[in-house]
Design a protein around this ligand. Sequence first.
Ligand code: HEM
Length: 512
Amino acid sequence: MQCETIAVAGYTSMRPCLLTIVPPVLLGMFVATILIRKARMNLPPSPPGLPIIGHHHLLGTRPVRSLSDLSRRYGSLMFLRLGNVPVLVASSPAAARLISKMRSHISCSPTIPVVYFEREELLSAPPGLYFKFHHRLRTAELFSAKPFHFFQPIINDEIRSLLQVVADNAACVHIRKELYDATFSIISRIAISRRAKDLRSPSQSDHSSSLQNLLIDSIDLLRVQNIGDYKPCLAWMDLQGARRAKAISTKIKSMWQQIIDDRRRTRLTRGSEIKDSDFLDVLLTASAQDDLQLSDLAIKAVLTNMFDAGIDSSTLTVEWAIAELLAHPRILQKAQQELEEVVGAIRLVEESDIVRLPYLRAIIKETMRLHPIAPLFMPHTVSESCRICGYNIPRSTVACINVWAMGRDSKVWKDPLRFYPERFLDSNMEVRGQDFELLPFGSARQACPGLAFGLNNVHLMLSILLNAFEWRILGEIDLSEKVGTLMSLKSHLVAKATLKIPRCVIDGNQSA
Ligand code: HEM
């Protein structure tokens, strides 16, 4: 009994001692194991993470800004773990160059698939062919910069309609909505030779009456960041709406199939001397070429991608530019003065005028520097392990380039937060992917295939709107950002427009 008591007493006196020693020892062993593993793995620098969630908690509600702050402490090439997913973030021109080089040399696939297409459906071709296809797109007659006049009548026509809508609703213009409708129409006519209003007209068959709505829904889904991508264990919660995306995907695929089948029939009747007249024609010609062998599924994915990637990007860029101009009346006035001198009030701006509008081009560059619509680009997953700058990059790492941070880096830009287009007037810096300080379209082989078209569009839309109207903000100007996969103004811009050229000019009836 006594013995028992001593034993119990002994145990009791040992317990606090063990309780204080064991957890720190275990924690120390855990940290040491991680550090040793990390040292062996030789990964780029990274902040301390937590078990299971990794660095997810460090991202907060504004991930792009948090990544930018972290990179100031841990370097411009930084390694993170978001849940199970290894992520490499570049935040300086030099680091961006390294990642671009890596993306060009080893196969990478977009991390965010066109939401409703499985990744393997995106292009059912091996990565080499994916690059080949992109190269073909960029050099295709329809997409290269040179024969751009091919599309110009369509673009002019739709921009004229945009001006008429603005003039008719001048007291209160919902800028994003009007730009969005115009861009949708342009892309839809270029892609499949149909107007947006034909895609939703009740007189059309059911499939075309809702294709526009489905594409709009699909773009909405792209705007949301999907937590399931980074924490697969939470994917079941379906926070992004993957189930809804799947349903939309099925409908979109069947609608595209009808459009593709119709076109194949028309092409047969057109005979062997077919000249590609729109983007679908380019894709169908490519699908018939032995070296590409695009499946129908790939054609559908590429068409959807074109709508998703092309519409928001141009719309949001022009909306940002107008918002900055309304916040900076001196710059707005200077841009309008340039337009008055080069174009005047008796005609609309034409594509050929853009080269003579250096200040307007500087405004677009400055907008893209401060407000890149894809602030982390399209993250790509590295398919094999590799080395960058002496660091090991494991297979399946998601590689991102934080262009938002690069545009605001005081080591790169003087007074980086100031909207100051003049900084580009005496500079040769371009946005086409050669200058890594300014990369709104990406670079190298994975850069935006719609670059020439998108750039032309944003220049033309902005210049025509500035030359045709005086603009005044309704309410307070709010330049806060809303970040998803794309970065937009948090509040849609609403402004009052006053026509400053004769109405007959925008109606296309100068003699009236
Ligand atoms: C101001 C306009 C635009 C901007 C700023 C822009 C920017 C971008 C960026 C940053 C990327 C990702 C590049 C990367 O990850 O390296 C991208 C991809 C893409 N863009 Fe654009 N873009 C614009 C207009 C357009 C237009 C008008 C189209 C088509 C009509 C288009 C089609 C695409 C496509 C299909 C991709 C995906 C490429 C892929 O799958 O890897 N873009 N764009």
